[in-house]
Ligand binder design. Structure first.
Ligand code: NAD
Length: 290
């Protein structure tokens, strides 16, 4: 396929490289990041999109996505698919999809889970929203860039799934960290705590696969000084998107709201910026109730 790829940062760069390595013709554009090996550089987003069968965007937020969409939609060929893999607000995802469909394009919102490691290794999970035809057209590309793609429903459903998942993740990571900090103060050995919880009803991905306690459980960012991994600031971004969506549809999400407040404090007022989101444990270790 001819693929236009816009946004070649930490995630987009390796995703575009994997598509090129699989034999697709990839034309890329980024304001600052260099084109990875095998990807031809275009002079503008419009030029990267022109003539492509599929245009993939991997951008920082919904405002930037809307601006890029204004530029590329008129440049795209009829019947081509606009596939946005960024994590953005549900409203922007739907607005951009409507704009694309009104211009006789297909639109798929397909945010990812798996981080930079998943992007590099081609093991991302895609959660997609859009028409059946649009999804089936981009599915072979998801197979190259990832190991699983779930078609969640119409436009916006991919973003909805992503923020619901990450709202659970933020809340369970905090719950896991505060439980370790409580166990410490109760004199309970961390390995014993892991052995019990990871095989009992308190288990979760945060505990079992990404244990925030160094030296306990499988290798995780806790074992490398809390280098991300999944950065606390990206968790905060996703939690804020979840609360924006909850507000828009009048959903009561008290745990998500509290997780958002805690990650905001951690990233903006404490030392969470640039650290893995599981570094919350180090935060709780130091604190008492006051
Ligand atoms: P990044 O900042 O490394 O990359 C974004 C790129 O977009 C940058 O290179 C930037 O120059 C480029 N860009 C910005 N405006 C542009 C424009 N108008 N035209 C062309 N390029 C433009 O961010 P990232 O870590 O690659 O994340 C990308 C998206 O993926 C975000 O929405 C993020 O939330 C999501 N995501 C990231 C991770 C992760 O672990 N990094 C995991 C899952 C999802």
């Amino acid at each position: 396929m001819n693929i236009g790829f816009i946004g070649l940062g930490n995630m987009g760069g390796p995703m575009a490289a994997n598509l090129a390595a699989a034999g697709h013709v990839v034309t890329g554009f980024d304001l600052t990041a260099p084109c990875p090996a095998g990807v031809d550089a275009a002079a503008s987003a419009g030029a990267a999109a022109s003539g492509a069968d599929v245009v993939i965007t991997m951008l920082p937020n919904g405002d930037i996505l809307r601006k890029v969409a204004d530029e590329i939609i008129p440049a795209m060929s009829q019947g081509a698919v606009f596939c946005d893999c960024s994590t953005v607000d549900v409203e922007s995802a739907r607005a951009v999809a409507d704009q694309a469909v009104a211009s006789r394009l297909m639109a798929v919102d397909a945010p990812v889970s798996g981080g930079v490691g998943g992007a590099t290794g081609g093991t991302l999970t895609f959660m997609a929203g859009g028409s059946d035809v649009g999804f089936s057209k981009v599915s072979p590309l998801f197979d190259v860039m990832g190991q699983k793609a779930v078609h969640c429903g119409p436009s916006g459903a991919g973003q909805s799934a992503k923020i619901c998942n990450n709202m659970i993740l933020g809340a369970t990571m905090i719950a896991t960290c505060e439980a370790f900090a409580l166990a410490d103060k109760l004199g309970l050995d961390r390995q014993k705590m892991f052995d019990v919880v990871s095989t009992s009803s308190g288990y979760s991905w945060s505990m079992n696969a990404y244990c925030p306690a160094p030296g306990v459980g499988p290798m995780s960012p806790a074992d490398t000084g809390y280098q991300p991994g999944f950065a606390a600031d990206l968790m905060l971004k996703d939690l804020r998107l979840s609360q924006q969506a909850a507000k828009a549809v009048d959903a009561d999400t008290p745990m998500g709201a509290r997780a958002t407040e805690l990650y905001a404090t951690f990233v903006e007022d404490e030392d969470g910026q640039g650290r893995d989101f599981s570094a919350m444990l180090a935060r709780f270790e130091k604190r008492g109730r006051g």
